[in-house]
Write a protein that binds this ligand. Structure first.
Ligand code: NDP
Length: 305
């Protein structure tokens, strides 16, 4: 079998189009422009790239982007004061603190200082609790993106057996909650799971969020299963030659070995071009959802869990 390649890039473009249409209606009918504030502390190069990309895409869908770039030495108190200002700013409907934060800042404290209604990352303890109890919440962007891709593929997920590999607060746990919410039978696997390949082989749906390059191989996959690869890992690619300073060039790979998994799976997301583009698209979707909720307006359909 050669698996269907799930095109997350195209799906994300479609989500952005839907967001842009909703933003246009909000402006025309209510004179409201959704606004997203992104806060970056420090100069981590990968974080800078993400923040730039978030800002660009926010503007492209017609929303306002507020970027706050703070020095690495910013104190926790100063960051909390900024969050307080953003919480009280009516032009800001979504607040995202780019993680990781420098080690002198308590990330949990900072995230829990965000107004839960503006917590478009869905990491605030209130949103975690709401999601866990099946109530309306802000849903973390990466798992939401995976859920959208799976719903689009299957229609209904009810009764499917799902294995989520990884139990992080940002991907694994909320992913499992979302699949449970769609009536899957869910197993959460992690580094202490016994005989992981045998556990994965039971699944109709495999979501890999591990951070280990190409760990999941085709012999772990039940024939016809759908594989969602969340992993983003940079590995050396000697076949691409050397950089100007003599180092091996690199390439991105997921947590799944695409070639062998694609021989057995029914469908699979590639890396890059699978889950990755969905994450920012869902951030924009969450911002427009937050804006509608804040103003007591109808939410866009199909853009949240
Ligand atoms: P974390 O490091 O927080 O969590 C990794 C999880 O994988 C842990 O629960 C860990 O188990 C588990 N794990 C580690 N090694 C093994 C193993 N050998 N067997 C089974 N389980 C294992 O990572 P994140 O959840 O933050 O991210 C996971 C991956 O997803 C990364 O590659 C990251 O870059 C990517 N990512 C991609 C995003 C996107 O937009 N596409 C967004 C966010 C993340 P334990 O708890 O026991 O240690």
């Amino acid at each position: 079998m050669t698996a269907l390649r799930i095109d997350g890039k195209a799906f994300a473009a479609n989500v952005r189009t839907q967001v842009a249409e909703h933003v246009t209606r909000l402006k025309a009918d209510h004179d409201i422009t959704p606004g997203l504030a992104v806060v970056l502390v420090g100069e981590d190069p990968a974080s800078q790239v993400y923040v730039r990309s978030k800002g660009k895409q926010t503007v492209e869908v017609g929303m306002k982007s507020f970027e706050h770039k703070l020095d690495r030495d910013t104190t926790e108190a100063d960051l909390l004061a900024l969050i307080d200002r953003l919480n009280n700013d009516p032009a800001v409907h979504g607040i995202l603190i780019q993680l990781p934060l420098p080690s002198h800042i308590d990330s949990d404290l900072v995230i829990n200082a965000i107004d839960p209604a503006k917590d478009v990352d869905g990491f605030h303890i209130s949103n975690v609790g709401l999601l866990g109890t099946g109530q309306k919440s802000m849903v973390p962007c990466t798992p939401l993106g995976c859920l959208m891709l799976l719903r689009d593929h299957f229609g209904s997920l009810s009764g499917k057996s799902a294995v989520v590999i990884g139990r992080s607060n940002i991907v694994g746990k909320p992913m499992a909650q979302l699949l449970l919410g769609d009536s899957c039978t869910v197993t959460i696997a992690h580094s202490r799971t016994a005989d992981l390949p045998a556990v994965v082989r039971q699944a109709d749906i495999v979501v890999a969020a591990v951070g280990r390059p190409e760990m999941v191989t085709g012999d772990w996959i039940k024939p016809g299963a759908v594989v969602v690869d969340v992993g983003i890992n940079r590995i050396e690619a000697p076949e691409k030659g050397l950089t100007e300073d003599g180092k091996a060039k690199t390439r991105l790979v997921g947590d799944c070995d695409y070639a062998s998994c694609a021989e057995v799976a029914g469908a699979i997301t590639p890396v890059p071009g699978g889950v990755g583009p969905m994450t920012i698209a869902c951030l924009l979707a969450n911002t427009v959802t937050a804006c509608c909720r804040a103003n007591g307006l109808a939410e866009p359909q199909g853009l949240t869990a």
